[in-house]
Design a protein. Structure first.
Length: 327
């Protein structure tokens, strides 16, 4: 069978948006600063959204409790970074990278374990029932927020970037924050890893085959349910990683940090095509760029710029940029 042809048109949207913004902004250095900031924000939004995209795209589960894993990841990062403040403040790239990596791994591990429990207790009884999934998972997120307040307290917690991640690098007259560049690199790594695992590995093949024809895969001796539970745990772990990145991006966290990001997550997923990894990636970049450009050019429009972007995309492609064929 001939290979499916890639639709390149959605991939051109982000570069097109950058080109359209250039003459409006006027200054090349300001445009470059805003563009890098938008790409960094988009990459962080992609990491935050990727877990839910994975769960919805492969398991058809509408998990409105996804924000709980984001918030948990941010608070686990705080529990790692604050006691290890000497490592955070050390003038050593090795120590800074070590504490950053430790925070991410801890957040992913704890969020993944919580994801296993969440899937077993709350999601498994309502597979295939979208309305019940929305109600139950939203209730789960509310409970999780209250538990976070009970454990860590209701006060806002300040997060400090590791010393080596602070400041900016100069590209001509443009000052680019180091942490934004790190966020771009991490977002690309997560995106490429997801594509590689889903399309180039045996486990990815089994997961996709289980989505298309579960009975046939089970008849071959594979336990599809275990695969799907693993997918849910990985999705929760990615949300935990996103919580770390978003918390450091904001430099403070509250128990409602996950609920605040939930709106952006669902905008990105709807723009992308309800479960498409590539669509989620492109949608997140568009959301990040749009937020930064409109915030600079038209501050009053910035409040609803992402909603406007979603409306325009859906008017052009009602099923999103890369719609999942079976929906």
């Amino acid at each position: 069978m001939p290979a499916a042809r890639l639709d390149w048109l959605p991939l051109a949207l982000a570069p097109l948006l950058m080109l359209l913004a250039w003459p409006l902004i006027g200054s090349g250095s300001t445009w470059l600063t805003l563009t890098i900031a938008g790409l960094a924000m988009g990459m962080i939004i992609f990491v935050v959204s990727s877990g839910l995209t994975l769960v919805f795209g492969l398991m058809d589960v509408l998990n409105f409790g996804h924000g709980a894993f984001i918030a948990l990841g941010a608070y686990i990062a705080a529990s790692v970074l604050l006691p290890l403040a000497p490592w955070v403040e050390a003038d050593s790239l090795a120590l800074n990278l070590a504490v950053f990596a430790l925070a991410i791994f801890a957040a992913m591990a704890v969020a993944g374990v919580l994801g296993l429990a969440f899937e077993r207790v709350m999601v498994r009884p309502v597979y295939g029932q979208h309305l019940k999934q929305i109600l139950i998972t939203m209730g789960g997120m509310i409970v999780a927020e209250q538990l976070i307040k009970a454990i860590w307290g209701p006060e806002t917690i300040a997060l400090t970037l590791p010393a080596s991640f602070r400041g900016a690098v100069l590209l001509g007259d443009a000052a680019i924050e180091k942490y934004r560049l790190i966020a771009v690199v991490l977002g690309l790594v997560v995106f490429l890893a997801m594509l590689l695992v889903l399309n180039r590995t045996r486990i990815g093949l089994l997961i996709r085959a289980g989505v298309e024809n579960r009975e046939m895969v089970e008849a071959l001796g594979y336990r599809v349910r275990r695969l799907f539970v693993g997918v849910f745990a990985v999705g929760a772990g990615l949300a935990g990683m996103g919580g770390v990145l978003w918390g450091l991006y904001q430099q403070n966290i509250t128990a409602s940090i996950g609920a605040q990001v939930n709106v952006l997550i669902f905008i990105v997923i709807i723009i992308g095509g309800l479960g498409s990894t590539a669509g989620c990636f492109v949608g997140a970049l568009l959301v990040g760029l749009m937020a930064n450009y409109t915030g600079f050019l038209f501050p009053k429009v910035a409040l609803f710029s992402n909603i406007l972007l979603m409306v325009l995309i859906l008017l052009w492609r009602p099923q999103g940029l890369y719609p999942v064929a079976r929906r």
